[in-house]
Write a protein that binds this ligand. Structure first.
Ligand SMILES: *[C@@H]1O[C@H](CO)[C@@H](O)[C@H](O)[C@H]1NC(C)=O
Ligand SMILES: *[C@@H]1O[C@H](CO)[C@@H](O)[C@H](O)[C@H]1NC(C)=O
Length: 540
């Protein structure tokens, strides 16, 4: 069918118009919250975020290209004096921290995160859309700890001038704001004694308080810092999430203890009381809970990984943080882990690798997430604090086995770095055949578990595994001005995702630095780490 030229013109204009509408729509669609963290449950939303980020990145790349043509920037290379002993390795990690920090400072100062290759700012929906310096607040305790004094001072001065209330825009994740911002500031106070940090921590937590004004006291997931309006995620059908409402207590309790203002501890205690009163199916805690009073469990979905993980971690650590006097917390932790071992712990057929499966009703999904690898460190920390030798030995064994399984997920990939999630089937063990699970975003949980195992056993292999990871980070994750995630750990030249996550500083760098340090740097009988690896002092 032939079209005459003026008809072609009309069609052409029509197509252009539709395209413009589509592109504009992507920019103005509401974001609705949540990070890549909620991969499966939230795929539509994630795709939406990814598309918008893709467009933004293309624009930034274009701007950068133009700037570079005008004024090329030399690629800095840190000096590397890698020696084989722990001290040399510790210094090497410190140099990595400096390199990553310098890139952030130069190209993204005050932004939430850095795009190390585009050399520009980055943010994700968990931070809303304000410029809230997440990297500065997440990194400051690490800068202090490793002795980057000038960098620490500059970060401290930025925080002293920073007002979270006026800077935060849009919907913030209550959970992420608590563990990164409140946690980071509390930790900076605990390490330095500088009261300014405590005041800022209280400011941030105060902004979160309206999210707890719900019928049962279970907090909403998102809060608008300006209006105080809070809500659940649109994709969670009006329910709250275990790992989120269950990972408030360490920060809020510590904050109340340090400030003498009881309101924070009361909010955290209320959540615990609500959960204690609920019937647990076979002793297990489902991921979703309704916002009614009293609340009801949602779908019977159970996991040691995303959306559940730090609930278990905080039960154990709350018991430790309060000087092991809180028997209820200890009992609830033990009962929860015991129930999970009974129903969800498996050993793979070919290589005898131990892992926690996921459970939906009675249906098992034999996959284990990078996030769930934290559980090795958790049970080792329990073992180190447990008087009963039978129980202690049992959890030491479990911790070693999980540390080993997670190492296998690293060792069985092309880059030596483990994927986001891996499966156990008749054809693969500790690997993934799913393209969408093959990425690595600088997550710390595997090194975290090796860190606890190193402290508990002094077996050199844990230091060696950590050092292997350092070298793989250098080879695959190092970008022009910082470190980046990679899109596929099974490729020999993986594409980088161009995001330097704030938790790289708070968690991965800190655990790497500590594993090559003496035990008297943050001894585990005096310090407890929040789920973002911010250390708090144990109250004996
Ligand atoms: C903080 O904790 C310590 C140790 O448990 C306790 O002695 C002190 O009274 C607490 N302070 C407040 C304000 O709760
Ligand atoms: C230690 O725990 C085991 C297993 O729960 C129990 O059978 C044993 O009696 C406990 N031992 C002591 C000394 O309490």
């Amino acid at each position: 069918m032939g079209l005459r030229s003026h008809e072609q013109l009309v069609v052409c204009v029509g197509v252009m118009f539709l395209l413009t509408v589509c592109i504009t729509a992507f920019f103005f669609l509401p974001s609705g919250g949540a990070d890549l963290y909620f991969r499966e449950e939230n795929s539509v939303h994630v795709r939406d975020v990814l598309i918008r980020e893709e467009i933004r990145r293309k624009e930034q790349d274009e701007l950068r290209r133009k700037a570079e043509e005008a004024n090329p920037i030399p690629i800095p290379k840190p000096e590397i004096g890698a020696s084989d002993d722990a001290e040399g390795r510790r210094i090497f990690v410190k140099q990595m921290i400096k390199f990553a920090w310098d890139g952030y400072r130069k190209y993204a100062w005050g932004e939430n995160e850095l795009r190390p290759n585009s050399r520009s700012g980055h943010s994700s929906s968990i931070f809303g859309y304000g410029k809230t310096g997440a990297t500065i607040i997440d990194a400051i305790d690490t800068l202090y700890l490793v002795g980057l004094k000038e960098e620490y001072k500059e970060a401290r001065d930025w925080i002293a001038d920073f007002d979270f209330k006026t800077s935060a825009k849009g919907d913030l994740s209550v959970f992420e704001t608590n563990i990164r911002f409140t946690g980071g500031l509390l930790s900076a106070f605990a390490l330095t004694g500088d009261k300014m940090f405590l005041k800022k921590a209280e400011d941030v937590a105060t902004i979160l308080l309206p999210a707890f004004e719900t019928p049962s006291g279970i907090p909403n997931s998102l809060i608008d810092a300006q209006t105080g309006r809070s809500k659940t995620y649109s994709w969670a059908s009006g329910k709250a999430i275990l790992s989120e409402y269950g990972s408030i207590q360490l920060e809020f309790d510590y904050l109340s203890n340090l400030t003498g203002n009881p309101v924070f501890a009361q909010k955290a205690d209320k959540i615990r009381d609500v959960l204690t009163a609920m019937e647990k199916p076979e002793g297990l805690y489902p991921i979703y809970i309704t916002m009614d009073n009293p609340p009801r469990w949602g779908q019977h979905l159970f996991s040691m990984g995303a959306m559940a993980d730090s609930w278990y971690e905080y039960l154990l650590k709350q018991w430790i943080a309060t000087g092991k006097k809180d028997d209820r917390t200890k009992r609830e932790y033990e009962e929860a882990i015991f129930a999970m071992e009974k129903r969800m712990l498996f050993k793979s057929e070919q290589s005898n690798l131990w892992y926690f499966a996921k459970m939906n009703g009675n249906r098992m999904e034999h996959s284990f997430e990078h996030l769930a690898c934290f559980s090795g460190g958790m049970v080792v920390l329990h073992a180190m604090n447990e008087k009963n030798k039978t129980i202690s030995d049992h959890y030491m064994t479990l911790g070693k086995e999980i540390g080993h399984t997670c190492h296998e997920s690293y060792a069985r990939s092309t880059t030596g770095i483990g994927p986001e999630s891996f499966q156990f089937t008749s054809s693969v063990e500790a690997k993934t055949e799913r393209r969408q699970d093959s990425y690595y975003i600088l997550r710390p949980e595997v090194v975290e578990t090796w860190f606890y195992l190193w402290r508990a056993t002094k077996d050199e292999k844990y230091r060696q595994w950590a050092w292997d990871h350092v070298q793989n980070l250098e080879e695959y994750c190092k970008g022009t001005a910082g470190y980046s995630g990679i899109r596929n750990v099974y490729e020999s030249s993986p594409e980088q995702d161009d995001v330097q996550q704030s938790f790289l500083f708070a968690e991965l760098f800190k655990y790497l630095y500590l594993i090559f340090s003496e035990d008297n740097i943050l001894p585990l009988d005096q310090w407890v780490f929040n789920t973002e690896a911010h250390p708090f002092r144990i109250r004996h």
